[in-house]
Ligand binder design. Structure first.
Ligand SMILES: Cc1cc2nc3c(=O)[nH]c(=O)nc-3n(C[C@H](O)[C@H](O)[C@H](O)COP(=O)(O)OP(=O)(O)OC[C@H]3O[C@@H](n4cnc5c(N)ncnc54)[C@H](O)[C@@H]3O)c2cc1C
Length: 261
């Protein structure tokens, strides 16, 4: 039977763009260009490598996000994924990690899976907790933050590198995996891949399709709330130390005053 791999990919605001909060203190996603979270490219790459090793496998990329999130799906499809699922609904506005994980879990159950692969963190929220919450919701083992991953005979194995030790972990499928930016460079989409992606299926789902009520997600269903936000202060000119014989001393005094030394 085909190995069903679902990769969770997030469409994130471009960190190099000028980002703002909207009046309700959610991120103003209309105001800035977005892209496939770079850390999720590693998840797509590992999914494709596992699929290439398997006799028979299918890679589905899944996102919860606004209309433009299709761009992230197209990029993953052009890298080589087989099909995509996009959950989009106006009621998702303001959804936090608890709501996002609920939507992803329901969508993953609907699509069907043997293994879910996620990135180590998104490049905007950067909580790094979604894969663990997802595993809990799905009721399957989690093998997170892997730098190396493989699947054989219904078992996922991998290496998690910590500060003091490298752990070898394994879990029986179905399971949730997350991979780090040390897991291997993500491939660039080829011209052929980009052309092929245009014809690959992208299924759109709404909350109703997943039996999720509007009040379970959105700002109303969020477990967290942003109370206030302030613009980052404008950059000030740096301190310039002119070396007229005492430069080293002045530099050391400056570093000490900033508690760097
Ligand atoms: C339209 C919309 C509006 C939102 N509004 C808010 C808001 O106002 N306040 C708020 O707190 N949160 C909001 N969110 C949710 C938030 O952007 C995150 O998706 C969620 O909180 C997960 O947190 P994180 O990105 O830090 O996850 P992490 O734990 O850092 O992510 C780890 C991995 O989980 C997967 N992942 C994370 N998010 C998604 C996703 N959306 N789709 C697919 N895979 C994913 C990726 O593989 C990622 O690498 C909104 C999301 C959407 C789609």
């Amino acid at each position: 039977m085909s190995l069903r791999i679902v990769v969770c990919v997030k469409y994130v605001p471009d960190a190099t763009g000028d980002r703002h909060f909207a009046d309700d203190l959610t991120v103003d996603r209309d105001d800035v260009d977005g892209l496939l979270s770079e850390l999720d490219e590693y998840a797509v790459e590992q999914a494709l490598q596992i699929a290439e090793e398997a006799d028979d496998a299918e890679v589905t990329v899944l996102t919860v996000g606004p209309e433009d999130a299709k761009d992230a799906l197209r990029k993953a499809l052009s890298m080589g994924a087989d099909k995509a699922v996009h959950v989009e609904d106006d009621d998702l506005h303001g959804t936090d990690v608890m709501g996002t994980s609920l939507v992803l879990a329901k969508a993953i159950e609907k699509v069907g899976y043997d293994v879910v692969i996620a990135g180590m963190a998104s490049t905007d929220g950067t909580m790094g907790v979604l894969p663990a919450i997802l595993a809990e919701r799905l009721g399957v083992p989690q093998v997170t933050l892997l730098s190396e991953v493989s699947i054989e005979d219904g078992v996922v194995k991998g290496r998690r590198d910590g500060d003091t030790a490298s752990e070898q972990l394994e879990a029986s499928l179905p399971a949730v995996v997350s991979v780090t930016d040390q897991s291997g460079e993500a491939r660039y989409p080829s011209f052929k891949g980009i052309m092929a992606a245009k014809k690959k299926p992208v299924e759109s789902l709404e909350l109703d399709d997943l039996d999720i009520d509007a009040d379970e997600v959105g700002l109303a269903g969020a477990w967290t709330a942003v109370d206030s936000a302030a613009e980052r202060p404008a950059r000030t000119a740096g301190t310039i130390v002119k070396d007229e014989g005492e430069g080293g001393k002045q530099l050391a005094e400056y570093l000490a005053s900033q508690k760097f030394i």
